[in-house]
Design a protein. Structure first.
Length: 230
């Protein structure tokens, strides 16, 4: 849900950004809105309503716009990476091209809820400004600014890539290897893994994110319920 009012351009929504390594999906559960996206094929607007399901791959700049009570379940790939700096906001080029200025513009302060919300608004407006620059250029057929933004985004996240590899190996790759082992076992008629069944739970955590005010679920660190509790 988006609860911080309209931007300077009159639209109510989140902070435009892209993900450098992860795919993101929206499942709309209520209200109505639109998804504004930008990639090398140009700008696009996709209507959102209850029941809509859309997803976008790394490099797709996206901005969700609320046109009335929009509620979205957001699903991210690559457990842990989106929370480890995978996203880059569309600040103007002089900021995205300078790592120190980018961190200063992107980081929310410690403070009162009012101070944090004010910082969220400032950050969003700065990203909307950069997004409009990129979109306007692409609409005219000039993809140079977007390509430059991609290059700056890669430069910003490059120092994190080795840590991301560790996160990915310990989550996504590990689960893929586990599934491979299960398939091998099933092919042998071995169902021993079924005896290890468990229920996982991830309680909600309210916080601010780039899409607005979020009720997040940390699925990388779930509570595990087992038969020992019965």
């Amino acid at each position: 849900m988006y609860a911080i009012g309209a931007c300077a351009d009159g639209l109510e929504g989140g902070t435009p950004h892209l993900h450098t390594a992860s795919t993101e999906a929206y499942v709309v559960v209520g209200g109505r809105g639109a998804l504004h996206t930008l990639d090398l094929s140009g700008p696009r607007e996709t209507e959102l309503g209850a029941g809509s399901t859309v997803w976008f791959t790394p490099g797709t700049i996206h901005r969700a716009v609320n046109r009335g009570g929009l509620e979205v379940v957001v699903v991210m790939s690559n457990a842990g990476l989106p929370e480890a700096g995978d996203a880059v906001m569309t600040f103007p080029p002089e900021i995205v091209g300078d790592p120190d200025r980018y961190v200063e513009a992107a980081t929310l302060p410690d403070g009162t809820p009012e101070e944090i919300e004010a910082a969220v608004v400032r950050r969003r407006e700065l990203a909307v400004e950069g997004f409009h620059r990129l979109s306007s250029g692409a609409a005219r057929g000039d993809l140079g600014p977007l390509r430059d933004f991609y290059a700056s985004a890669v430069a910003l996240v490059r120092p994190r890539a080795s840590r991301w590899r560790e996160i990915w190996e310990d989550t996504v790759a590990r689960e893929a290897r586990r599934t491979s082992g299960i398939l091998d076992a099933l092919a042998r008629g071995d169902g021993a893994h079924l005896g290890e069944a468990a229920l996982m739970e991830s309680p909600p955590q309210d916080r601010w994110g780039m899409c607005g005010h979020l009720r997040a679920h940390d699925v990388a660190h779930p509570i595990t319920h087992t038969s020992d509790e019965n």
